[in-house]
Design a protein around this ligand. Structure first.
Ligand code: MG
Length: 373
């Protein structure tokens, strides 16, 4: 089967408040429109028609330069008119037309595949997701609940037989519809096949959508080593571990929390704990590292950041740490206020090699991811 794509890019993107079309927004180093185009790299798709807003013509020409599979056409004054114009440019011999919002740049490949397969099987396909919010219908006087299970949120792509959607748009004769499925039903009178889409397939619409586009995870690394000696408690992740030796330090020597703190600070582009909590300062003498971690978390929050995940590897020949890992993970998750499955701690010996192998000390390597709140 041969598919063509129409990308509805005729809007101004004004609701994002950027002062320019959101399709030109930088998303991970490329314009949002280019990211959307990349969703349609597929063997069965031979042409992509972009219905653009004339203000963006030169920018869109630049983005699509050298891509022979792309045809540009000027959009109309409404979405429906833009699609009607674009339909004139699809290939005569294509079987299906995939109509998609230019601003849905996160369309997962499996959703597109599912839609294409169901369109072939059922004659059309319209992606949807369930509503996670409770819904109410409102008028000027009152509001009433709507049964959520009876509601779906419709997305794009919406995929139709080329001949049918062309006929539907010809019959619509410029009349505006909120989406292609509604127009198709109105004029073709066939049922719509709803195909499950994805929550990832968002339509970038509001300023907060734009803000979140480049607000991916921040990642940081941390490492720490402490010397083992007799007469000290062994504390790892705030949990006391039975052992004949403990870690020597100005603080309680919790090497695991130290490495985690450095990973969090690194993700925040802050300096390390040696600078934040110097071992020359008496107020940190024998301090519980949990308190220091709480300070680091406070600093993160003051910068609008929160920890998403923490991962660490403890390198210790002895004691055997495996039985203590669940308690350590739970304790760290509680301190950081995150789910237990977001804290992954593992332990390894170093095969009796090196400092850890000779039981002279314990090292920890850690990685943390943070997100903007
Ligand atoms: Mg340390």
């Amino acid at each position: 089967m041969k598919f063509n794509v129409i990308l509805a890019c005729g809007g101004m993107g004004e609701r994002c408040g950027l002062g320019y079309n959101k399709l030109l927004l930088n998303v991970g180093g490329i314009p949002l429109l280019e990211k959307t185009l990349n969703c349609f790299c597929h063997n069965d798709i031979s042409k992509i028609v972009i219905a653009y807003n004339k203000n963006d013509k030169s920018a869109i020409e630049k983005i699509t330069e050298g891509r022979d599979e792309i045809i540009l056409c000027e959009g109309g004054t409404s979405r429906s008119q833009s699609i009607a114009n674009a339909l004139k440019f699809v290939e005569d011999n294509c079987d299906f037309v995939i109509i998609h919002d230019g601003a849905r740049c996160f369309l997962p490949k499996e959703c597109l595949e599912r839609g294409m397969q169901e369109a072939v099987e059922y004659g059309n396909s319209v992606l949807y997701v369930n509503s996670v919010d409770s819904l109410r219908i409102v008028d000027e006087i009152k509001s009433q609940p709507i049964e959520r299970s009876k509601i779906v949120r419709v997305q794009t792509p919406q995929i139709f037989k080329k001949d049918e959607i062309t006929k539907a748009y010809a019959l619509a004769d410029g009349k505006d519809f909120s989406d292609d499925a509604t127009l198709y039903e109105e004029y073709i009178k066939k049922p719509i096949r709803l195909t499950y889409g994805s929550e990832e397939n968002i339509k970038v619409t509001t300023p907060s959508d734009c803000k979140n586009l480049n607000g991916g995870l921040l990642i940081g690394n941390g490492w720490d080593t402490h010397r083992l000696d007799f007469g000290r408690k062994l504390i790892l992740g705030g949990v006391q571990i039975p052992h004949d030796k403990g870690l020597v330090a100005h603080s309680d020597g919790d090497v695991l929390i130290h490495a985690i703190m450095d990973a969090i600070l690194s993700a925040m582009h802050e300096r390390d704990i040696g600078i934040l909590f110097p071992d020359t300062d008496n107020k940190f003498k024998d301090i519980s590292s949990v308190k220091l971690l709480q300070e680091v978390l406070k600093l993160a929050r003051s910068k609008g950041l929160a920890v998403k995940t923490v991962s660490a590897v403890i390198m210790a020949q002895k004691p055997k740490l495996s039985p203590h890992i669940p308690a350590i993970q739970k304790n760290l998750a509680d301190i950081m206020g995150i789910e237990e499955n977001c804290v992954s701690i593992s332990a390894t010996t170093t095969e009796k090699l090196g400092m850890a192998g000779r039981e002279e000390g314990i090292s920890v390597s850690s990685v943390a991811t943070l997100y903007k709140i």
